[in-house]
Design a protein around this ligand. Structure first.
Ligand code: BEZ
Ligand code: FE
Length: 270
């Protein structure tokens, strides 16, 4: 059976596609053989994937969460960064990124007034030689004072999400609120899978960053709050030691501060 399916792609002229297809078929067939997959289990798998697709919409990407919770997203990421470029480490994008968030001036707040511990964030975007990169664009998003992303609220006004540009020395600054650890959405097939597996569904508190600058490889990453109890058991395997940072709290003002630089590597020549 396996040889027959492999032979079916012999006319494929795209060498990479053929390699990926053949390897996928070999591993899938090996998996089915190894566990002796029953027809009922196969059908349950087909239904699970169908339900995963039906749970996706403009704001919800259940397939992405499936990839994340299986560790595939982080593995792909690790492979892409196997050759050290000197850039900051990356971390999972997650399903809550939105394109073109509202741009704010340096130092302004991306958080609507209300709940949450105020957080001042500042740092520089640098090249691998340490020079600041002017005009780099940072898209930032995090949970609000209630521990949810804005897109998880029924009427989702933009909150704790924005775009900031670096100054001539590569510096950036903005205000938001200290993010919380939170459960990834559990009301879909991925949540049901984690429950059946006896896995918890929490991510440690973090702020997401997408950093881009002309001539540099874009960086998708997150900064994780030191001391969070879920750092060692992130539901989506996104934590890297180099991305854990203290959020210093000033007892007098009640404000927290995060200082963090990002390093971008030059874009690979086309
Ligand atoms: C997030 O960090 O926003 C996230 C990542 C993967 C799955 C769910 C949420
Ligand atoms: Fe997140």
């Amino acid at each position: 059976m396996t040889e027959e399916v492999l032979a079916s792609a012999s006319a494929c002229e795209d060498a990479r596609l053929r390699l990926v297809f053949e390897s996928l078929v070999r591993h899938l067939h090996a998996f089915v053989n190894e566990v002796g997959l029953t027809p009922a289990e196969w059908l349950a798998g087909v239904r699970f994937l169908t339900a995963t697709g039906h749970t996706c919409d403009e704001f919800r990407q259940e397939f992405m969460m499936l990839s994340d919770t299986l560790g595939v997203t982080s593995l792909v990421d690790e492979i892409a960064h196997r050759a050290s470029t000197g850039a900051s480490e990356s971390s999972v994008l997650g399903p809550f990124y939105t394109e073109n968030p509202p741009e704010i001036a340096r130092g302004e707040s991306i958080a609507a007034p209300g709940e949450g511990v105020p957080l001042d964030v500042r740092g520089h975007v640098r090249d691998t030689a340490g020079a600041g990169i002017p005009g780099a664009v940072l898209d930032v998003w995090g949970t609000d004072g209630g521990g949810l992303y804005d897109s998880q609220h029924p009427d989702h006004p933009v909150d704790c999400r924005g775009r900031i540009r670096t100054a001539s020395d590569g510096g950036f600054a903005f205000r938001t609120v200290v993010p919380s650890s939170y459960s990834i959405p559990t009301d879909g097939p991925v949540g049901a899978m984690l429950q059946r597996l006896g896995r918890h569904t929490f991510r440690p508190a973090h702020l997401h960053f997408r950093v881009g600058a002309a001539g540099f490889a874009p960086l998708t990453t997150a900064i994780y709050l030191a001391g969070d109890p879920y750092l060692s058991s992130d539901a989506v395997f996104g934590v890297r030691a180099s991305l854990i940072e203290e959020f210093r709290r000033d007892a007098a003002s009640g404000t927290a501060t995060l200082e963090r630089d990002f390093t971008l590597a030059k874009a690979a020549p086309a």
